[in-house]
Design a protein around this ligand. Structure first.
Ligand code: NAD
Length: 429
């Protein structure tokens, strides 16, 4: 049955936590350039992908589902540095001057609001443009006010919030995260080592009825208290950790090995990265958050309990190395030890010379536009269908995450068809 979807009328305010970061400024610049027609939104599913309708016709997704038009977006956000989006993009050194200058006026107008920040959650960062708060609950209150003020000042009909800020230190889930009541109590009691700044942003966003997307591997919305809150407030949440490069490759190669019933004995992944993200991840506590996110993928796809002869003993190692000369141009290496007929070993080497923010920018945009769509379609809680975009898809305890990229892609299209009340086409799509 066709879902009732409210039209994408008026302006959508996209508030980005870490609006001065490499991913954020690259995403914003590319979106503005697409609006002006000076660059194409390559890599964006919402802008370029097609899907088959039940009558076999192939359509651009954006032509059949009511997504917000790029021209109707107003960007804003928070950062611990006061630089406007143009200066921040120059600092990030991802895009060329000619691309930045083409939208310089628009970028200069995007000035970050002071951030909700706690140095203990990102020890390699020292920002000055931060809120002064007495406790976590006050942090939430100030962020809620920011959202309301931005919405009113920019005449936005809707707001969506994206975390594209630095990765926070790793913390395990604790009892304060288990229910909404316990979470709110911990915020009010200012349990600073249990309630991260990102949880305050997420809480504020959900409280204001704005979908929240987590682009980093932070625990943040990956806790029962946030699932409960998002359902209570009828707000979609999605994440976590953009699936941009090395893990994207993993979730394509691993299903291939499994489909061909080839065994795997080891998978060693390493990379060098020299941007600010790399500097933050150079701290072992922050790296641990990323490591857990990156490690979860393979076991889920291989199902070693079902195929012990093939995947019962896979040695999986992930390394990230901060190497400033490379800046945003990450180089990633994967060595995969596989085995075939009669157990004979073979090796595969993948050397991906990528650009981190170029890969992540369209993912960030798509996650936000689809979350806004979900919100208008009355969907709430974890948006499993958006797992396609995440390294570490959030899921409730009684559910398994989906990592295989092609299964995830089918889920995206199936969900969009369901929204439109369309049956699946009876042939391969
Ligand atoms: N680029 C990719 O391919 C990719 C893939 C997966 C995940 N990510 C994640 O996306 C995030 C952004 O990556 P990036 O390369 O743009 O990093 P970045 O360091 O360039 O940007 C992060 C920004 O967040 C700001 N910030 C930090 N803490 C903040 C807070 N509490 N409130 C507001 N602002 C805050 C920083 O000042 C910085 O401007 C990182 O967490 C990264 O791990 C990136």
């Amino acid at each position: 049955m066709k879902q009732e979807i409210k039209p994408a009328s008026g302006k959508l305010g996209i508030l980005i936590v870490g609006v001065g970061g490499a991913v954020s400024t690259t995403m914003i610049t590319g979106t503005l350039a697409a609006c002006k027609g000076t660059a194409k939104p390559i890599g964006s599913i919402t802008q370029m992908a097609t899907m088959k309708m039940e009558n076999g016709e192939e359509k651009l997704i954006k032509d059949v589902v009511p997504l917000t038009n790029l021209n109707d977006i107003i960007f804003g956000g928070w950062d611990i540095f006061p630089d406007n989006a143009y200066d921040a993009a120059v600092y990030a050194e991802v895009l060329k001057a000619k691309d930045l200058n083409a939208v310089k006026d628009e970028l200069e107008k995007i000035k970050p609001m002071p951030a909700a920040f706690d140095h203990n959650w990102a020890k390699r960062l020292n920002g000055t443009h931060v809120k002064s708060t007495n406790n976590r609950w006050e942090m939430v209150e100030q962020l809620r006010q920011d959202i309301r003020d931005f919405k009113a000042a920019n005449n936005c009909e809707r707001i969506a919030v994206l975390w594209a800020a630095s990765t926070e230190v790793y913390i395990p889930i604790s009892e304060e995260h288990m229910t909404l009541e316990a979470l709110e109590k911990a915020m009010k009691e200012n349990k600073e080592d249990i309630i991260s700044p990102s949880m305050c942003y997420a809480y504020a966003s959900i409280a204001e009825g704005a979908p929240f997307v987590m682009g980093a591997p932070n625990l943040c919305i990956d806790i029962p208290a946030m699932w409960e809150f998002s359902k209570k407030m009828n707000v979609p949440i999605a994440g976590k950790d953009f699936k941009s490069g090395q893990t994207l490759m993993k979730t394509v190669l691993a299903p291939m090995f499994k489909t061909r019933m080839l065994g795997v004995s080891g998978w060693f992944s390493t990379n060098i990265l020299g941007n600010r993200d790399g500097a933050v991840l150079d701290d072992p506590d922050n790296f641990k958050t990323k490591e857990v996110s990156k490690l979860s993928v393979i076991e889920n796809i291989f199902e070693p309990e079902k195929f012990p002869d093939l995947y019962g003993d896979v040695y999986h190692k992930v390394r990230i190395n901060y190497y400033p000369p490379r800046k945003d141009n990450k180089e990633a290496w994967d060595n995969i030890d596989i085995f075939g007929w009669m157990g004979y070993p073979m090796e595969i080497k993948v050397n991906f010379l990528c650009r981190d923010s170029i890969l992540a920018a369209p993912i960030a945009l798509d996650l936000i536009l689809f979350s806004d769509l979900a919100s208008r379609a009355g969907m709430c809680g974890i948006q499993t269908w958006l797992s396609f975009f995440s390294k570490s898809p959030i899921h409730e305890f009684n559910e398994e995450p989906i990592h295989d990229l092609f299964t995830q892609w089918r889920l995206v299209k199936q969900t969009l068809r369901n929204m439109l009340g369309q049956e699946s086409p009876s042939y391969l799509d």
